[in-house]
Write a new protein. Sequence first.
Length: 77
Amino acid sequence: MPTIVVIENLKIQIFADAHNPPHFHAVTPDREALIRLSDLSILAGSLSGRELNAAVQWAESHQKELADEWQRLNPGR
């Protein structure tokens, strides 16, 4: 699973052969959340407010990059 970016202690990752809907994982040492690419809402898990804000702010300005990486790792999904 490639790590797309590390923001302090927060990793943004996308799994290969992942399930729909397209999403990324926002992972800290203590928590993890799956965040939908289309609207940046949480699908599962949880983060602190600060962690979620950092993940969403970064993702807002990198949505195309995230979508492209999702398609590369999950062709045909």
